[in-house]
Unconditional design. Structure first.
Length: 287
């Protein structure tokens, strides 16, 4: 397995979208310490990458028809190899969570990993799929807070879970289109999440939360409104992609709301990096 195929299998750049989950959870629970603040986001990325590898293993037959360029249908990685990668990354994620966040974070990491595998292997195509995916994202936030700080991090966990569930529901129309009502529900969820992430006070944390919430909500609502007007597959794909990218500024807003504007600005920097990488990727496709 070459490095390029591995990075494609785990959707490596998309790992940036989960870094802020644990950060928002830690901020809301008032958790400090350099080791957990650096290590728990890494655990999130490892668990996310494991889920992506397992996703491709589970979808191998479908991808042979719809996405033949992916590593498994193209023959660059075997299905068994992808499952092995998923297992190794999951174990690594659990280990990093335990080593850097202690038993409190490990107690959340175990059900998080179980939820990821349940989604990929059981729930993805059923009506519970968006709910399980939302639970994965909510648990990822609680990974940062740990079992002991879960109550304090309930707001960011529920906000991220709701946004994720709505985006996952909308994504089911990426191939054949969606219903306008589905896009409308996603837009309403975006609006509610943006409001819930704001800290309404004239402080540095308040200002950063407002800026991040606007960065989250404005382009996302624009894309979702487009899907309400035209719920065709290409428009829905665009709105879904925007919803996924919007997770980083939403995490930043929630982190600032919890009183850590500097950490929130770091997340906004990651968001800006993602924009640059995305534009470069498009440029390479054009040339």
């Amino acid at each position: 397995m070459d490095l390029r195929s591995f990075l494609q299998l785990v959707r490596a750049p998309a790992g940036l979208t989960v870094v802020g989950d644990a950060t928002a959870g830690m901020a809301s629970a008032g958790r400090t310490g350099l080791v957990p603040r650096l290590g728990l986001p890494v655990a999130s990325v490892l668990l996310y990458w494991g889920g992506m590898a397992l996703n491709d293993a589970a979808d191998a037959e479908l991808d042979r028809v719809e996405r033949p360029e992916r590593p498994i249908p193209s023959g660059r990685i075997s299905r068994r190899g992808a499952v092995g990668v998923a297992g190794a990354l999951t174990v690594a994620g659990l280990a990093v969570a335990g080593l850097t966040g202690g038993r409190s974070s490990l107690a959340v990491a175990v059900p998080l990993a179980a939820s990821v595998w349940t989604y990929d292997l059981v729930a993805k195509r059923g009506w519970t799929g968006p709910l399980v995916m939302g639970a994965c994202r909510g648990l990822d936030v609680l990974l940062g807070a740990g079992r002991d700080g879960a109550a304090a991090a309930a707001r960011p966990a529920l906000v991220m879970a709701g946004h994720t569930a709505s985006v996952t529901t909308l994504s089911r129309g990426e191939v054949h289109g969606a219903e306008p009502a589905t896009a409308a529900v996603a837009a309403a969820t975006t609006l509610a999440a943006g409001v819930a992430a704001v800290r309404p006070e004239p402080t540095a944390a308040g200002v950063v939360s407002i800026v991040a919430a606007l960065r989250y909500a404005v382009p996302t609502l624009r894309a979702q409104a487009g899907a309400v007007a035209d719920p065709s597959a290409p428009v829905v794909r665009s709105a879904t992609r925007r919803g996924i990218l919007a997770m980083v500024p939403l995490q930043a807003a929630l982190t600032a709301r919890a009183g850590r504007p500097v950490d929130a600005l770091v997340l906004l920097g990651i968001d800006a990096l993602g924009v640059v990488l995305g534009r470069r990727a498009k440029g390479r496709e054009i040339t």
